[in-house]
Design a protein around this ligand. Structure first.
Ligand SMILES: *Cc1c(COP(=O)(O)O)cnc(C)c1O
Length: 355
């Protein structure tokens, strides 16, 4: 009998809080590739390490948020919900809107006006969500939706919803399956800190079940202008080019610290310049186009390696959380190459080719 992939809930249902009654809402998320990045490893100067990129930007709506959303929306439907709501820097809104469209739920999204990448906004508009852009940041939007979800019959689908974390932990299962064991280090961007929490949960659960021999050191990276956990204080006006992690009061703050401490890992921060540098290096050396926020994981690896935190002969994984097509404006602004405009004339064209 041939094997047909039916999405991550079907794939991992014995590890997830679902039952035969759960009406699974899936866009066939998950099963994203773990791509070995030899060129990048050598550019970074890793010593005899194997480096793999978990390209979660290849999920149905272009980010890892789909892993959590298939769970959150399936459980919302199971609970009889008619509507869902989220605050979002963009990807959560795109994902929530898509799964709401698939399941027939009404979807409300609150976004910080002017701080959301065009690709993400266009998705929420196409899937037909009710989009409310506030003159505040993500943290303020999250406070609002928490309040609304308490007072109206609307389910919150931010990562405070525990089913989101459950769905997202499956990325760790896939990594263990692909490598045959857990890696030594896992690097990941940190915004609201749900994903680092989820990866740690996934790695821990399969370690307990003896499906791996270790739990990787969890290496989380915030953006310098939004580094609340690193600085130990809420950032009232977070600023970074990496809008998906432009968050000053991470909802899963303590859980992220727990993941760091229990795994002997690190939570540190990287500058916007380091993020842009990694963003370009990933595309130029590996042919993988991620969004700027995703590159915080690789920027973190470069920083950790320069600080001597990465041991020789180890296995390293980095999550690339979102697809580069989400944010064409930054790609065009920081592009590795530029466009040469010429007349439609062979001599002019060849001259511009530099040959
Ligand atoms: C949501 C998101 C993050 C941050 O994940 P958290 O769970 O909020 O820490 C990072 N990168 C991208 C592309 C995202 O969409």
């Amino acid at each position: 009998m041939s094997y047909k992939y039916k999405g991550l809930i079907e794939e991992y249902k014995s590890y997830l809080p679902v039952s035969e009654k759960t009406p699974v809402v899936s866009l066939l998320e998950g099963k994203t590739p773990l791509i070995e990045a030899k060129n990048l490893a050598s550019k970074i100067g890793l010593k005899n390490c194997k480096l793999y990129l978990k390209y979660d930007g290849l999920n149905p709506t272009g980010s890892f948020k789909d892993r959590g959303m298939t769970m959150a929306v399936s459980k919302a439907v199971e609970d009889g919900a008619k509507a869902i709501i989220c605050a979002s820097t963009g990807n959560t809104s795109a994902s929530a809107a898509a799964y709401a469209a698939k399941s027939g739920l009404k979807c409300y999204v609150l976004i910080p006006d002017g701080y959301i990448a065009m690709g993400k906004l266009s998705q929420a508009m196409m899937y037909g969500a009710c989009i409310i852009a506030i003159d505040g940041n993500f943290d303020e939007a999250l406070e609002m939706v928490l309040d609304i979800s308490k007072n109206y019959p609307i389910k919150l689908v931010n990562s405070l919803n525990p089913y989101r974390i459950e769905g997202q932990k499956t990325a760790s299962f896939e990594i263990i399956e692909d490598l045959g064991d857990a890696p030594d280090y896992h690097f990941i961007p940190v915004g609201n800190a749900g994903n680092i929490t989820a990866y740690f949960k996934g790695f821990s659960e399969w370690y307990e079940l003896k499906k791996s021999t270790k739990i990787p050191k969890m290496m989380g990276y915030e953006a310098l202008g939004a580094a609340a956990i690193v600085k130990g204080e809420r950032i009232l006006k977070p600023e970074t080019i990496a809008t998906a992690i432009r968050i000053g009061n991470p909802a899963s703050w303590e859980k992220a610290e727990n993941a760091r401490d229990k795994s002997n890992g690190t939570i540190d921060c990287v500058t916007d310049d380091e993020i842009i540098n990694a963003y370009k290096m990933i595309a130029q050396n590996e042919g993988i186009f991620c969004e700027p926020s995703s590159a915080a994981s690789v920027a973190g690896l470069i920083k950790a390696n320069n600080m001597g935190l990465v041991q020789e002969n180890t296995i390293i994984t980095c999550t690339l959380t979102g697809n580069g097509l989400k944010d064409p404006d930054n790609a065009i602004k920081y592009g590795v190459s530029q466009v040469h405009k010429t007349k439609c004339d062979i001599n002019e064209i060849v001259k511009n080719m530099g040959i």
